[in-house]
Design a binder for this molecule. Structure first.
Ligand SMILES: C[S@@+](CC[C@H](N)C(=O)[O-])C[C@H]1O[C@@H](n2cnc3c(N)ncnc32)[C@H](O)[C@@H]1O
Length: 255
């Protein structure tokens, strides 16, 4: 089972804040609200640090809405961003059933560190592993969300690819050469898998395609920026930080 990401080492919260988080978690676990009503009132327990992630996904969707092509996440973990993308698709373009959503992960956690990476409590072999069969669970969940949305009878627009990106990313694009990448969300942070995935998506980007980097300026994961700068030095792009989440960087490909 996964080592926890949000342990004390990986968080900037102090002891008092950690205690308040634990209290919120306890209030959620023992909520007087149950079942469907609880699911419909999750905002009661949603901290600003999570809400802002939803806002980022919305901002990204608005940017790529008019670009054809797939929405991809490299480093899925539990898959929350993929579910958000499916539901944002339903809100922004309910009749677009050609919008493929593709997620890549080992589902067994971090692997393939190189000399350009740094290991830490949160980033080491096997951190972020999900339970056995979690990929199948997430596939069911994505299909369920798709079914609940408009044109829900036409499912099958999601793909989860399991394995080390250094192998899976080139293979995916070899097998699916028609792919256009509208959005690529990078949240691995390691040099070799990030470089392999960037190399794989590069021929499939078009003007307006967006690449989101989660860790580009974080000293704890230098491999992401190194891979990006090596591969995109001759590409025209703009880069800015996310308005609400300054540690995330948005790259937009130019013509
Ligand atoms: C920080 S987590 C992703 C979090 C997720 N994007 C989110 O916002 O909830 C990083 C993920 O990268 C995956 N990962 C690490 N090394 C990998 C590799 N070499 N190939 C594929 N996935 C990898 C891990 O299993 C982990 O789920």
């Amino acid at each position: 089972m996964a080592k926890k990401k949000f342990d004390k080492e990986g968080s900037s919260a102090n002891d008092a804040q950690m205690k308040m988080r634990q209290k919120l978690e306890a209030m959620f676990t023992h909520s007087p609200i149950q079942g469907e009503e609880l699911m419909f009132n999750l905002g009661l327990y949603t901290r600003s640090s999570l809400l802002v992630k939803f806002l980022v996904m919305h901002e990204l969707y608005r940017r790529i809405k008019d670009i054809p092509g797939a929405l991809m996440e490299f480093g899925v973990w539990w898959g929350q961003n993929l579910v958000l993308l499916e539901n944002l698709r339903a809100i922004h373009e309910p009749f677009n059933k050609q919008r493929q959503i593709v997620g890549f992960d080992t589902f067994t956690g971090y692997t393939n560190f190189s000399g350009k990476d740094k290991k830490s409590g949160a980033l080491s072999d096997g951190t972020y592993a999900t339970p056995k069969d979690y990929k199948a669970y997430l596939e069911d969940l994505l299909e369920l969300h798709e079914s609940l949305n408009i044109l829900g009878h036409a499912t099958g627009n999601h793909t989860l690819v399991k394995g080390d990106l250094e192998k899976t990313a080139p293979k995916y694009f070899k097998d699916n050469p028609e792919t256009i990448v509208a959005l690529a969300y990078f949240d691995i942070g390691l040099y070799k898998p990030t470089k392999a995935a960037l190399l794989a998506i590069k021929p499939h980007l078009v003007p307006g395609s967006v690449i989101l980097f989660d860790e580009l300026t974080w000293k704890g994961a230098p491999g992401e920026a190194i891979a990006f700068k090596e591969l995109f030095k001759d590409t025209r792009y703009s880069i800015e930080k996310c308005e609400y989440y300054p540690s995330k960087s948005i790259v937009t490909i130019k013509s």
